[in-house]
Design a protein around this ligand. Structure first.
Ligand code: UDX
Length: 472
C-alpha cells in the first residue's frame, strides 16, 4: 500500500512528466508508477495521445497534457497485437510532429517551473515507455533527463539485450530441429520461447523494434522495471551489471499495482463489468477458473470454439472474459450453439472484468491467461496458479518462467483443442500436480508481499528512485 505520504500535501518538491505508449498494458503501469511517485510528494503531468487517452476526471491528483498524435485512422484500425499495428503505432509515436508537441509541452512545464517561483514545482525529468526514442530525443534537446519504464519482466528485458548473441551462436533463426534446445545463456528459455524476428516480413524492422528498449535505456538516466528482487534476482543482476558499466542505475519497482493508490477503474480503458463479483460470491472457495487473454491478443474462430467447448466439457465453474474483438475479424464473438444451456449456473461470460478484484476473490482457484506481464504480476500477488497460453513477444518468455522457473503454472502448448483444454483444466484445478502448483503460488505470493513491506526491496527502490529524481 502507498503509505509514505510525506510531503504529498505540501508543495511538491519537483514535477515528473510521464508518457506511456497508448495501449492498456503500457498505460496501466505508467499511471501506477505516477501514483507511487505522487504518494512520495512529486507532482505529475501525464502526457498522452488522443488515441486511447486516459480519463483525467479519474485522476484529479495528476495534471494532463494532450499531445496531438499522428495516429491515422488506418493505423488505429489495424488488428490489435498484429505486426502491422506494432509498425503503424511505432511510426506514429515516433513521428517528428509528435516529438515536437512533446517538446513544446515540456518547454512550457520548464518555463512554469522557472518563472512562478514557489508556485510551480520545477520539472525534474520525463519517464517514457521503453519504445519512445523520438520523444526521448525531444526531451534531451531541452536538457530534460529521461527515465525509462520497462513494462515487461527483467527476463524479457535481458532477452531483448541478447539478440546479437542469439544470432551469433546460431539459436536464431529458429529451425524446426532446435525449437526445444535450451538457450544455456538465458535459462530457462528454449529456442521456441524466443520472439524470432526472422519470421517477420522484415527481419531488420523486427530487430529495430526489439532494439528500441536498448536504445532508450542506453540514453537514459535510469531504468525502472515492474518486477521485484525476489522474483528475478539473477536476471536483475545481469541487467544491473551491464547498465552499471554505463552509469545507468536500475530500479526494480513492482508489482506497481500494489505500490500505488491508482486503482484499476482509473486505468482501465474499457468499462469493467462488476456483476461478476456477485456471481463469484455464489461460488465455492477456490473452485472457479478465471479466463482472460488481456487487451490485445486475438484468437481465431476455431480456437474460440475449442476454448468454449473445453470450458463447457471441463465441468468446472469458470468466469470468461470475451472482449469485443477477441476473435480475429469479429466485433462481437458468438458463443457456440448449446453453450449457454450447457454451462448454466456454472459459467459466466463477460466483456471486461475488474481483474484485480476477480483474482483477489476467494472463489478463484486458477487463471487461464495469455501471460501478459501485468496479468502475471496480478496473479502472483493473489497466489493464483496459472494455465498459460502465451501468444506473442514477452508472453512466451513469461509463460516459460511461470512453468519452469517459478513452477506456479502449467503451459498449454500446441494446437488448441477441446480435449486437451479439458485435461489441462482438470490437472490445474484438481490433480496432485495442480495442488503442488497452487502451494508454490501461495509461497511466491508471500515473497512478493515481503517486497511491499516498508523495509521491502520494492519500497526501498521507490525511495531510491525519488532521491534520484530529486538529484536531477
Ligand atoms: C500487453 C502485452 O500483451 C503484455 O505481454 C505486455 O507485457 C504489456 O502489454 P496485455 O496483453 O493487455 O498487455 O496484457 P497484460 O499485461 O496482462 O495487461 C492487461 C491488463 O488489463 C491487466 O492489468 C488486467 O488487470 C487488465 N484487465 C484484463 C482488466 O482490467 N480486465 C480484463 O477483463 C482483462
Amino acid at each position: 500500500p502507498p503509505t509514505r505520504m510525506a510531503g504529498a500535501r505540501s508543495r511538491a518538491a519537483a514535477r515528473v512528466a510521464v508518457f506511456p505508449l497508448p495501449f492498456q498494458g503500457h498505460i496501466t503501469p505508467m499511471l501506477q508508477l505516477a501514483g507511487a511517485l505522487h504518494a512520495r510528494g512529486l507532482a505529475i503531468t501525464v502526457l498522452h495521445t488522443a488515441f486511447n487517452a486516459p480519463d483525467p476526471a479519474r485522476h484529479p491528483e495528476f495534471s494532463f497534457a494532450a499531445v496531438p498524435d499522428a495516429i491515422s485512422d488506418a493505423a488505429a484500425a489495424t488488428e490489435d497485437g498484429s505486426m502491422d499495428r506494432a509498425l503503424a503505432m511505432n511510426a506514429a509515436v515516433e513521428a517528428p510532429a509528435l516529438a515536437e508537441s512533446v517538446r513544446d509541452a515540456l518547454a512550457s512545464m520548464l518555463r512554469a517551473g522557472e518563472q512562478e517561483e514557489e508556485k510551480e514545482p520545477r520539472l525534474a525529468c520525463l519517464v517514457i515507455d521503453a519504445t519512445l526514442t523520438a520523444v526521448q530525443e525531444a526531451a534531451a534537446g531541452l536538457g530534460v533527463p529521461t527515465l525509462v519504464l520497462h513494462t515487461c519482466s527483467a527476463a524479457c528485458f535481458r532477452l531483448f539485450r541478447s539478440y546479437d548473441m542469439l544470432y551469433d551462436k546460431g539459436y536464431l533463426p529458429a529451425q524446426e530441429s532446435n525449437l526445444l534446445l535450451p538457450v544455456k545463456e538465458l535459462p530457462p528459455l528454449q529456442v521456441r520461447d524466443l520472439f524470432d524476428p526472422s519470421k517477420l516480413p522484415s527481419k531488420e524492422i523486427g530487430l529495430k523494434l526489439l532494439n528500441l528498449a536498448n536504445e532508450t535505456t542506453a540514453r537514459s538516466s535510469g531504468a525502472i522495471i515492474n518486477t521485484f528482487e525476489a522474483l528475478e534476482a539473477q536476471e536483475l543482476e545481469t541487467v544491473r551489471g551491464e547498465l552499471a558499466e554505463k552509469g545507468i542505475p536500475i530500479f526494480p519497482i513492482g508489482p506497481l499495482h500494489k505500490l500505488t493508490s491508482v486503482d484499476s477503474v482509473g486505468t482501465s480503458l474499457l468499462k469493467q463489468d462488476s456483476t461478476c463479483i456477485q456471481w463469484l460470491d455464489t461460488q465455492e472457495s477456490g473452485s472457479v477458473l478465471y479466463v482472460s487473454f488481456g487487451s490485445v491478443v486475438h484468437i481465431t474462430q476455431d480456437e474460440f470454439t475449442e476454448v468454449a467447448c473445453g470450458l463447457a466439457n471441463s465441468g468446472k465453474p469458470f468466469l470468461w472474459v470475451v472482449r469485443r474483438g477477441l476473435v480475429l475479424g469479429v466485433e462481437k464473438p458468438e458463443l457456440p450453439e448449446g453453450f449457454e444451456s450447457a454451462v448454466k449456473g456454472r459459467g459466466k461470460v463477460i466483456e471486461w472484468a475488474p481483474q484485480q478484484e476477480v483474482l483477489a476473490h476467494s472463489a478463484i482457484g486458477g487463471f487461464w491467461t495469455h501471460s501478459g506481464w501485468n496479468s502475471t504480476l496480478e496473479s502472483v500477488y493473489e497466489g493464483v496458479p496459472m494455465l498459460s497460453r502465451p501468444n506473442f513477444g514477452d508472453q512466451l518468455v513469461t509463460a516459460r518462467y511461470v512453468e519452469d522457473r517459478w513452477k506456479i503454472g502449467i503451459l498449454l502448448e500446441g494446437v488448441l483443442e477441446r480435449e486437451k483444454i479439458k485435461r489441462a483444466i482438470t490437472m490445474l484445478m484438481e490433480e496432485k500436480e495442480g495442488m503442488e502448483t497452487r502451494q508454490r503460488a501461495k509461497n511466491l505470493k508471500e515473497k512478493m508481499r515481503m517486497c511491499l513491506e516498508s523495509s521491502g526491496s520494492s519500497q526501498q527502490a521507490v525511495d531510491k528512485l525519488v532521491d534520484h529524481i530529486l538529484s536531477f
